[in-house]
Design a protein around this ligand. Sequence first.
Ligand SMILES: [Zn+2]
Length: 335
Amino acid sequence: MDLFSQNCPCCDSAEVHAHTRYTTQSNGTRTIHHCRRCDSYFSDTFATAIAGLRTPLSRIIEVLKARTEGQGLNATARVFGVSKKSIIDWEWRLSELKPTLLLYGLIHQFLSLVIEGDELYTKVHHNTPASDSEGWTIVLMERRSRFLWELDCGSKDEQLFEAALSLLCEVIDQTQDLTLLSDGERRYGKILFAICHEVIHNGQPGRPKKRLPKGVRVRLKNKGARKRSGRKRPKYQAPVAEHPETDSKIDNHQIHANHVEAFNASLRRRNSAFRRKTNMYAKSRDNLQRTLDVQWLVHNFVRVHFTTKVVPAVKLGILEIGISWLQLFTIRYAL
Ligand SMILES: [Zn+2]
């Protein structure tokens, strides 16, 4: 899978040649290509996020950069003199690249991943009790690279966790060794186990045992300091049964979710809908998810991480260099 493939979008043939050139109002000249194999014609921008847009790309990028650094929708519209509708449209276009880039991430194999999981919360549409909000956001972040596998919002119910952990199962399929750590919900272990387990036949009578797949570990924080007996609980526990061949030992100081918590703090800064004590709520869950998808793209593929000094997708080993803003707009949506 080549993100920047120049092949024919219909038949993937490389027998493509420039057919005609045309001048756009504000984005220079573009080429219409012709495919010799299937006889189709397509433009440079076919199925990309800028197909059909007339605003100069440099301006769109400036606006979206401001948005992903935390400027609210109204403020951005005022500062750049563009309509809110346009900004929302550009963000939708970019957010629709997420499935393509997620697919790209999932075709790679990984030796060992440590995933930190956490949830953070914001209001959607109006102020409600936290338990009724659709603004719960699950973050699953790979520790070493800071790559975000999951950044999805919704009501804090089984569905939200199931969606996140189903994705994690796809990641597990590409990994020999995966550890999930969380200080947050206890559901992570249970639901992951329900979706993704192996049945172990050991030749003994009785029902065969279910275990997590080989190489997968889950550690969750024990909340509540002491047992009734007065003995202190261990800080972390393994909530679900692991495969007998999994190396279950993890150093205690390795078990934490500090990196994902740091990310949550940066998301509160960089996504205006997550800022505390303001009235900048997202209008609906879908609109909140749109802003999260754009953050996901920029965080994983474009922005150099403050601590690692590398783009997370590069550190994870799925790209050689980060994707520039300009390049983002040349990636074709996977059909
Ligand atoms: Zn073709």
